[in-house]
Design a protein around this ligand. Structure first.
Ligand code: SAH
Length: 236
């Protein structure tokens, strides 16, 4: 194991070199899986801006301390409260499917530990993220602030309703599976905007779906990839 895991960084910002070798290995694993799945994705490599964001964000800061050694493995990990941090390949593909641009305002449903939000914060102007578990929302907001992600706003709430006060959004990314398309999220999509969402039953056949609102308001729908996400819970 390389990386300076033993360095005491308590209270200070993480050194940029921390886990650099592990992060590079994670990027190779993602690139390989993109190649294997190129028929689904319709491409053999991801947007270089997305890859650069994955290279920059310290994933080990987003997992519980006892999971740090595994933080860069290409698989989901438990983050407490029965929830998980998504697999790096899935984060990479979903971010790529969103076609993030520097001017975009993006809504995320399912903040979890905040990793996906941190990736987006490097790619778009503003990120709004909703989480249904209050403790996760609170911890993610503090973590993102500590890591300097100043353009992310996190709030506790029900993602099924979206965030009407901040709508419309150029992109909406949902990181938990919904049984069907939440109408509020479609309503909050700006013309030209994309909604990336896993659709399907709990623990069953789920499809990663991209909905695009065309300039004339019509919706275009494409199924990209079979996936397995934790279920989106109904509103509180
Ligand atoms: N994006 C996260 C992955 C989180 S897993 C990351 O980068 O790590 C999915 C998250 O969705 C969980 O934290 C879960 O609590 C949250 N969630 C489930 N249903 C929700 C809802 N209706 N509204 C908001 N968040 C929800």
């Amino acid at each position: 194991m390389t990386g300076s895991d033993s360095t005491d960084t308590k209270g200070g910002p993480p050194a940029a070199a921390d886990f650099a070798a592990e992060r590079a290995a994670m990027l190779r694993a993602i690139a390989e899986e993109v190649l294997w799945t190129n028929r689904y994705l319709g491409k053999t490599a991801l947007d270089p801006r997305v890859v650069a964001a994955l290279e920059a964000v310290p994933r080990h800061e987003f997992v519980p301390p006892d999971m740090r050694a595994a933080a860069y493995e290409n698989r989901p990990l438990p983050i407490g409260h029965g929830q998980t941090i998504s697999q790096p390949y899935v984060v990479a593909v979903m971010t790529d499917l969103l076609h993030p641009e520097p001017t975009h305002r993006v809504l995320e449903v399912g903040t979890g530990c905040g990793y996906q939000a941190a990736i987006l914060s490097r790619l778009v102007a503003q990120v709004f993220s909703i989480e249904t578990v209050p403790a996760l929302a609170r911890e993610a907001a503090l973590r993102l602030q500590r890591l300097g992600c100043a353009n992310v706003e996190v709030r506790h709430g029900d993602g099924y309703r979206g965030w009407p006060e901040r709508a419309p959004f150029d992109g909406i990314i949902v990181t938990a599976a919904a049984p069907k398309l939440p109408p509020a999220l479609v309503d909050q999509l700006a013309p030209g905007g994309r909604l990336v969402i896993p659709l399907g039953p709990r623990g069953g056949d789920q499809d990663l779906v991209v909905i695009r609102r065309e300039a004339d308001g019509t919706l275009d729908r494409r199924s990209v990839l079979p996936v397995a996400f934790v279920p989106m819970v109904a509103g509180k």
